[in-house]
Design a protein around this ligand. Structure first.
Ligand code: ADP
Ligand code: MG
Length: 377
């Protein structure tokens, strides 16, 4: 993709770019919907990414072509409004950076991406962090991964209108090759955690999609806020299982189940990090399976296809565990497998999923990659 995007830039602008940026998608191993509850998440940046080649402009305009889109994004930094479409992610980052006091130079560039859109691998955060890095590179300020993640979340929340948490931007910006990252979404501290030896991660795309206008996501947030209020805390992160159990019966059934997912998922995520450190693939797999069940029964963000895919994956010899990953309502299952059987598991799951549904899945092995970076040209 590197060569492809440099050539596309040269074709568009007649010379070599000054900077080449790679910004990864991510897969979340465990810790789902916990980020906006100030909890714990355990994602890794993946080998699929947004690639963006740029050069600075003197006139304070931003012009970006995407090889996956027909319309370019084109606006002046001094005066821009909402326009809809993918331009929103570029403009939103510009707005957030300007509001935070950064002096921005204009730039032009070309991007391409092999992160599937709307599949739970966070193509939007990959794009936001790539744009943030482009502004940092041409405007000559340092890219601070935590600060940039905050601005990316602001872009989603305030400019795009998706009320998402901060996990996606944190992992895209701060991922480390060879490691997943345990992120405390309260203080945004991170700890690199290696996968258990001899395991591999498979991403299994159900070929069903969420849309960012799904009301389900915002509804889940509201339920969590309601539950936190009931327990007299700012976020469900602060409610222990014991505190929850003591008063769960006072909650309506839906709010009770939403809260139970978050509170148990936080525990599972910390236990998963401990299992990974101990090299315990069996335990990590069990926790992933339990996470899926909780997302299915309590949080109700799986769809039929995610449930079918997870069930098929979990039944394979050589599979330690499988769960839906990302916000849900469509997208991908993440599966932990014995490295030596990765291909075999992938082939078997693809065949069984195809006979259980009318859909053709995409199944691929992924590895933990580095976060957003400027690469040598
Ligand atoms: P995801 O779960 O993949 O993050 P979102 O709905 O949050 O899904 O974000 C997807 C949006 O990000 C797309 O609709 C598009 O606006 C933007 N996007 C993703 N990839 C690209 C790309 N290669 N080129 C332009 N825009 C992109
Ligand atoms: Mg997104």
């Amino acid at each position: 993709m590197k060569q492809q995007i440099i050539e596309a830039f040269e074709q568009q602008f007649g010379e070599r770019p000054s900077h080449l940026i790679r910004s990864p998608g991510r897969v979340n191993l465990i810790g789902e919907h916990t980020d906006y509850n100030d909890g714990f998440v355990l994602p890794m940046a993946i080998d699929r990414a947004v690639w963006l080649a740029v050069r600075g402009r003197e006139d304070g305009r931003v012009l970006v072509h995407s090889l996956e889109q027909t319309e370019p994004t084109d606006f002046a930094l001094t005066d821009f409004q909402h326009s809809g479409g993918w331009a929103e992610y570029v403009k939103g980052m510009a707005r957030a950076l300007l509001d935070a006091g950064y002096k921005l130079a204009g730039w032009e560039g070309v991007l391409t991406s092999d992160v599937p859109v709307g599949s739970g691998l966070s193509s939007s955060a990959a794009l936001e962090m790539a744009v943030g890095m482009a502004f940092a590179a041409v405007s000559d300020f340092p890219f601070d991964g935590v600060e940039m993640a905050r601005l990316g979340q602001k872009t989603e929340n305030e400019w795009v209108g998706a009320n998402t948490g901060i996990m996606d931007q944190m992992i895209a910006a701060n991922g480390q090759a060879g490691f997943a990252l345990l992120i405390d979404c309260r203080d945004l501290s991170t700890e690199p955690i290696p996968l258990p030896k001899g395991t591999a991660v498979l991403i299994m795309d159900t070929a069903t999609r969420h849309t960012h206008t799904d009301s389900g996501y915002n509804e889940r947030r509201k339920s969590c806020e309601r539950a936190a209020q009931f327990f007299g805390v700012s976020h469900l992160r602060d409610v222990t299982i014991e505190q929850f159990e003591a008063r769960a019966a006072e909650l309506d059934d839906v709010t009770m189940r939403r809260a139970r997912h978050i509170i148990t998922e936080n525990e599972r995520t910390l236990a998963a990090a401990a299992a990974m450190k101990a090299g315990d693939a069996e335990k990590l797999g069990e926790l992933m399976n339990a996470s899926h069940a909780s997302l299915h029964i309590d949080f109700e963000v799986t769809n039929n296809e995610l449930d079918i895919m997870a069930r098929i994956a979990q039944a394979q010899p050589g599979c330690f565990g499988a769960r839906m990953t990302g916000g849900g309502f469509g997208g991908c299952v993440v599966t932990l497998v014995d490295e030596k059987r990765a291909e075999e598991v992938g082939t078997a799951v693809a065949a069984q999923y195809q006979s259980a549904t009318p859909l053709t899945p995409q199944i691929f092995v992924t590895s933990a990659s580095a976060g957003t970076a400027v690469l040598p040209l």
